[in-house]
Write a new protein. Structure first.
Lengths: 297, 297
DNA sequence: TCAACTTCGTGAAGTCCTTCACGAAGTCGT
DNA sequence: ACGACTTCGTGAAGGACTTCACGAAGTTGA
């Protein structure tokens, strides 16, 4: 299969760089930048690995996808590698970003220095709240959503960041795509559906905590999950009242879960339920590994 | 191998749930919560998959790791599954969190409703800046860093969120670990090194954009990377100046060894100019897939 | 009770990624 | 020059997920 793999890779023209590697390039870039700032000239895969918190073999493998730069017995030329990775990530031309939803999180992101320092320029902030229009964050004024199309075109923006509540996310997403955006970073807790050709990456802060919680759960309280409680297997009477209920530990974490008065904020209808929903997922491009770190302020 | 796989899994005692699956459980949880709110009683893997933006096969596989709940011909009981996943994620007991670094991003996170609504309670905000002490964010007052130990113990906190600048991150991390924290969510752009037993998850907003940039680069400007520019291959005269300096970069990165006043900035191949440097990681637990969404506000 | 359906559960095959291991290519000291 | 070292590059083996595919179990309607 190796034969096939390589063939496929080569056939894809340039870039046969695996996703996992792409997700790590920014990491190397950061370390290399730091080294360059200290006037360090060369770096070995071993050193680079330690600084990035990984293994040297992985570093070499990753870098090998970019070509065989690097000198045996010495290591890699910091400056050269830096430029090579930046080029690979398409950071040689400065990229513009439009951010929608200047609420709590959006506000913080708009002022986040890490974007600017790494080549991303937020050229527009959009929001529907009249009270926020005009407000300036990080030197950029908040504009009404209606100006999206004009701003995107005028600034040749290709990346959009969504920080709106979940209910508005899909609509905003659709509009961004129509306006010409082809890459989206989504902070809203909902799965966006987009046409092929558009990439979406999701970031959910609460999920990160939940994952930590999972591991936390099996550290402490070793036993814990003794017998999983009644699996409610066979039980036929499902129709009756809510079956599980009894062992319902999902508790508060969700806040209200009033099964009673249905209607509830019927609003969204969201994606679920009406199966037909819409463009199934799939199109969501790669998006797998996720890493990196913020840069408080 | 299958035999071995299973054996290994079983041997690990409870929980042989693969990391990739763990990373998706929060996603299912969110969808299920939404369904429960609408009084939906059962859901099929197909419907769940569409709502989560994935395939039904994956959903079934994932859920099968939790046990064989689910009724053929019908689907899964929403309430039961909800409780089962919450339990698996250890969300049955409410988890407390301490956040360090109430700057731009930290401030936003402290007020982030998504944490509260999903079972995480921020019980303490810490910062070194005297001006921020006392300020209240999301109902919690900012305390001086020195109170960390006391607050962590008093509230039985096990999860820490680091939103400090990269330079302070490792020190804060060490202190959190000493105080008893065993899970850390790191937003600082640096690889933290922690003792085994402590989990660290990293979130770097800029990296997400860089990954998008990578894909963006091969969409548009098809050709682009014409000839990669001089690989600097063969060039013998690398020695240039002090060779010694060049082949001992490893310490440099940790301690910094600003040997000459050289050109700095020259590297500029791109608009980047990052920051950071760091210590090894290794213990960083799994951490791979990343999903979910935020919840503006 | 039975036939027609739906939907789960899961071995097996297929992919992608990581780790191993070692030859090749350079550097360094004498 | 030459031997002793370093450190890269990479095939190959090993793992971890994902996707496929289909039998089993359960539901519904006549």
């Amino acid at each position: 299969m190796t034969e096939l793999r390589r063939a496929a890779g080569a056939a894809r023209g340039r870039s046969s760089v695996p996703e996992a590697t792409v997700a790590r390039l920014p990491l190397y870039l950061r370390v290399l930048t730091s080294l360059a700032d200290r006037a360090v000239r060369t770096v070995s895969s071993e050193t680079l690995a330690k600084a990035a918190g990984m293994t040297s073999a992985k570093v070499r493998k990753d870098l090998s996808y970019l070509g065989s730069y690097g000198t045996r017995g010495v290591g890699y030329d910091v400056d050269f590698l830096l430029g090579r990775i930046a080029a690979e990530l398409g950071l040689t031309e400065d990229r513009t970003v439009v951010l929608v939803g200047v609420g709590n999180l959006g506000h913080a992101l708009a002022g986040y220095a890490g974007f600017r320092s790494r080549g991303f320029r937020v050229v527009a902030l959009l929001d529907v709240d009249p009270d926020r229009i005009g407000e300036s964050v990080g030197g950029v004024a908040v504009s009404p959503l209606d100006e999206m199309e004009a701003l995107v075109e005028r600034n040749q923006v290709t990346i959009g960041v969504i920080c709106t509540p979940a209910a508005a996310a899909q609509a905003v997403c659709d509009r961004l795509v129509s306006a010409g955006i082809t890459s989206i970073l989504n902070f809203a807790p909902i799965a966006l559906s987009v046409p092929v050709g558009v990439d979406v990456r999701k970031v959910d802060l609460a999920v990160e905590l939940q994952i930590l919680s999972f591991h936390e759960a099996r550290k402490r309280s070793a036993p814990a999950t003794g017998g999983v409680a009644a699996p409610t297997r066979s039980p036929g009477r499902r129709a009756g009242g809510r079956s599980g209920e009894s062992d319902d530990p999902r508790l508060a974490m969700v806040t209200r879960a009033p099964t009673g008065p249905p209607t509830l904020g019927t609003r969204g209808t969201g994606p679920l339920v009406g199966t037909t929903g819409g463009t199934s997922g799939a199109a969501t491009g790669a998006v797998t590994g996720a890493k990196t770190g913020g840069e408080a302020s």
